[in-house]
Design a binder for this molecule. Structure first.
Ligand code: IPE
Ligand code: IPE
Ligand code: MG
Length: 261
């Protein structure tokens, strides 16, 4: 069955979702929680709370669509700059999230993965995350990959440090370092062969990367939507994937199969 939408008013067909061309790896910068709350004269954390419920809906929707990896930017290495009360609330969200949602993750065969500097998180957050990873380790469907205390530049620095140590130990020569070497030393390495997102979606109208997956986004399609994350829906996700499917990815060459010899 095609999931799609028609613009009845103008009676012109809007492109429908092509179920044969679902992106393997979808990454989302979930933005706009604070503005969603402020618009309603609520404290910012009310937006984060609602945002957490949306994560549950979108996880299930993405899994049903057949997406293989859903990477969600939950907390950046720069988000520590926020007021303590907000940071504390955000740090407690994974505890709340997994305490209620793990059974549904298992029902949907979704495996949890986390990337980021998790050793800097409160012990209770680490515990919640590690428990969820362990409890879903047997799941073979979609990978729900949370970026938690993640930063793209820091990730690259850490990867380069690891490679430098291998050079120092005589395990690899500088000339042998390739793009694959660096990829294999990034926090997405375990997602292979789907380390790089096919599409990056950012909500809330902001059109920037904010230190997310700098290396991996090299050839991702970027889709921006004005919707604040707490208002994001599975219909909007489908629409954003349709937008992705309308793009022509060329990777520097010409259109698929038309490369001149
Ligand atoms: C995204 O929403 C959630 C996190 C960054 C943790 P924001 O909290 O950034 O919301 P805005 O951008 O201030 O509206
Ligand atoms: C990016 O959003 C980080 C997350 C969604 C976790 P921010 O709200 O922190 O990004 P900026 O500050 O607008 O660039
Ligand atoms: Mg923001």
């Amino acid at each position: 069955m095609e999931i799609g939408f028609k613009n009845h008013r103008q009676n012109t067909a809007v492109p429908e979702l092509d179920r044969q061309r679902i992106p393997h790896h979808v990454a989302i910068i979930m933005d706009g929680n604070g503005r969603w709350a402020q618009k309603r004269h609520l404290p910012r954390i009310a937006g984060h709370k609602r945002g957490m419920e949306v994560v549950k809906e979108i996880t299930k929707a993405a899994s049903h669509l057949g997406i293989k990896v859903l990477t969600l930017y939950a907390f950046s290495t720069e988000n520590w700059k926020r007021p303590d009360a907000e940071v504390n609330y955000l740090m407690d969200l994974p505890v709340k999230f997994f305490s209620t949602f793990v059974p549904e993750l298992i029902e949907n065969n979704v495996r949890v993965n986390v990337m980021g500097y998790t050793d800097q998180l409160p012990v209770s957050t680490q515990q919640a995350v590690n428990d969820a990873i362990a409890q879903t380790a047997h799941c073979t469907g979609m990978v729900l990959n949370f970026a938690l205390n993640y930063g793209g530049r820091a990730e690259i620095v850490t990867g380069v440090q690891q490679i430098a140590r291998e050079v120092q130990a005589g395990k690899v020569t500088p000339d042998a370092i390739t793009e694959e070497t660096l990829s294999a030393h990034l926090m997405t390495a375990s997602l292979a062969p789907d380390t790089d997102p096919d599409v990056l979606i950012r909500t809330s109208g902001e059109e920037r990367i904010s230190n997310f997956l700098l290396w991996q986004l090299a050839y991702s399609e970027l889709v921006f939507t004005d919707v604040y994350w707490p208002d994001y829906t599975s219909e909007e996700l489908v629409q954003n994937i349709v937008a992705f499917q309308q793009r022509h990815r060329r990777f520097g060459g010409l259109d698929d199969g038309k490369d001149e010899k």
